[in-house]
Design a protein around this ligand. Structure first.
Ligand SMILES: Cc1cc2nc3c(=O)[nH]c(=O)nc-3n(C[C@H](O)[C@H](O)[C@H](O)COP(=O)(O)OP(=O)(O)OC[C@H]3O[C@@H](n4cnc5c(N)ncnc54)[C@H](O)[C@@H]3O)c2cc1C
Ligand code: FES
Length: 498
């Protein structure tokens, strides 16, 4: 099995240069995933002087590692929200879906886009009751959907909630085409350019990059997944990350896009690459840094693929993570009430294909004063909201989780020695009283780091299936050579002395 994203391996990426000089513009978009690229496109079309920076390569984040079901059906979701919020959430995602469809039509994007029906299915009585609750929420909102007892899945289900006319695509063929449109519009887009620090004063915002260049703007859009700033926003108290796994097998797949109602989540879709049929399965996720060896990760996902699809073997396997909010609605919009302003778009809970398009509309509306989306919807998504799940109780729960990781996680680092680590493996150990994250390469050379995350100091865990050091507090991940793989951390791990 190739441990690389099927999407990255099957699309040709356009290249963009690094930033080599200071720039001034109206708006900087930080992050070249679906959120950032779509936002930049809408702003450029509205005549805004915008530029984009991307720390690595465009599409290298979660957008290049997704399952790419483009649907307004997000598993068991609407029944978890109050009626007003469910309506705003559904309408936002319907608007996002319409934007994706219209950009594909208008720009003639070849991205294997296919209309498909979407299903949430139940195998057990408990799941069936969740599916019926979701149906009731659909009915309250006048969403046309039906319960079916039979699907094309090769296993028995009790029932499934079917929403017609949703879609699936190749996310990177789509993203790369949008980026090329930006290039055609002369919008500066820089890869390998990471924002390290942001300063806001009464006149402007300044971003300092790892290329030792400065960007001076009126507004900055942080489309980085987990935002890279702690204040304002207090995201460390109200956003954590969950990782999920995906496998692709060269095999005829059922038509339709499927998701199980209960955890561990099972996800199924097809993909036609030319005339080759592919089957994608996914799910079996967990809070980042907290893999449960039995129920989550590649092993149970591979078991699901093999057992459910006649012994299918994965040709590709990869994983990714996304932000989870306290009230199950993304945080999208401005962090200040006045210019110069910072905007964020995060917390899509693994439903970012339509949420990112909706976020792009909401943020470009805020910046340009347009009303392409109902301002009441923007209020529901605003990161300034105080919502039941995001109020004191919710904050306390996420804070307690971080405190637990900090205290119990720290105390449970086992005492050991470098001899305990096999070649090609890593571990977090207490050696001579110091907590270290150590990795022994194939030649027996050991790299040793302080075993605490450079975001807010929580202890790290070694992730054997992906060879990384992960943090359960907010989901930062580091390579075995100490570099940041995924934020919110910005700084690499500190070397530890022997
Ligand atoms: C396993 C999995 C399956 C999923 N399946 C689906 C699905 O079927 N349907 C669906 O709707 N959604 C799905 N999602 C969710 C969806 O993929 C994401 O919500 C979406 O891709 C997020 O896009 P983004 O642009 O906000 O973030 P990303 O794509 O992560 O982009 C953020 C970018 O910011 C860059 N960056 C970070 N920090 C900096 C910095 N300091 N300076 C410059 N650049 C920076 C990163 O390198 C990255 O490229 C799934 C998610 C996961 C994890
Ligand atoms: S990600 Fe916040 S402390 Fe590690």
């Amino acid at each position: 099995m190739k441990k690389v994203s099927f999407w990255i391996d099957t699309a040709s990426k356009p290249d963009f240069s690094k930033m080599t000089k200071d720039i001034d513009c109206d708006v900087i978009v930080v992050g070249g995933g679906l959120t950032g690229i779509t936002t930049a496109l809408l702003l450029a079309r509205a005549g805004v002087n915008v530029a984009v920076i991307e720390a690595d390569a465009i599409g290298s984040g979660t957008s290049g590692h997704t399952t790419a079901k483009v649907t307004a059906q997000h598993g068991i979701k609407l029944s978890m929200l109050s009626q007003g919020k469910a309506l705003a959430y559904y309408n936002a995602n319907l608007t996002g879906l319409k934007l994706v469809r219209s950009l594909i039509d208008e720009l003639n994007i070849e991205c294997d886009f296919e209309t498909q029906d979407s299903y949430v299915y139940a195998r057990s009585a408990a799941e069936e009751s969740d599916v019926m609750d979701e149906l009731a929420a659909y009915k309250r909102l006048d969403i046309e959907a039906e319960i079916v007892k039979q699907t094309q899945l090769p296993f028995d289900i009790r029932c499934a909630l079917k929403l017609k006319n949703q879609a699936q695509f190749h996310p990177l063929k789509y993203l790369y085409a949008l980026a090329e449109t930006l290039r055609d519009m002369n919008v500066p887009l820089f890869e390998q350019t990471k924002a390290l620090n942001i300063e806001r004063n009464e006149n402007n915002i300044r971003l300092f990059t790892d290329k030792k260049k400065t960007i001076t703007v009126k507004s900055a859009v942080l489309a980085t997944g987990y935002p890279m700033i702690e204040f304002p926003g207090l995201f460390f108290l109200r956003l954590f990350q969950e990782r999920s796994y995906i496998m692709a097998a060269q095999k005829q797949a059922p038509q339709g896009m499927y998701l199980s109602a209960e955890k561990p989540v099972e996800s199924v879709r097809s993909h036609a690459l030319g005339c080759q049929p592919w089957l994608l399965v996914g799910g079996f996720g967990h809070r980042t840094g907290k893999e449960d060896k039995e129920d989550t990760g590649f092993a149970p996902l591979g078991g699901f693929l093999k057992d459910s699809f006649a012994g299918a073997e994965a040709a590709y396997g990869w994983s990714a993570q996304d932000g989870m909010t306290l009230d199950h609605i993304p945080y999208v919009g401005s962090l200040y009430k006045y210019e110069p302003n910072l905007y964020v778009a995060t917390g899509y809970e693994k439903w970012g294909m339509t949420n990112s398009a909706a976020a792009a509309i909401m943020i470009s509306d805020e910046i340009t004063g347009n009303k392409a989306i109902d301002p009441d919807i923007r209020d529901v998504f605003s990161p300034l909201r105080i919502a039941p799940g995001a109020s004191a109780g919710g904050f306390a729960k996420q804070a307690a989780e971080a405190v637990y990781e900090f205290t119990v996680g720290n105390a449970s680092i086992p005492v050991g020695s470098l001899d305990d680590i096999k070649t090609g493996e890593g571990a977090v150990l207490r050696i001579n009283g110091h907590a270290v994250a150590a990795y022994k390469d194939e030649n027996g050379h050991v790299a040793m780091f302080k075993a605490h995350c450079t975001h807010l100091g929580c202890p790290l865990e070694y992730n054997a299936s992906e060879r990384s050091f992960d943090c359960a507090c907010h989901g930062s991940r580091f390579s075995v050579t100490g570099e940041v793989l995924e934020g919110p951390a910005i700084k690499p791990l500190e070397r530890a002395d022997r």
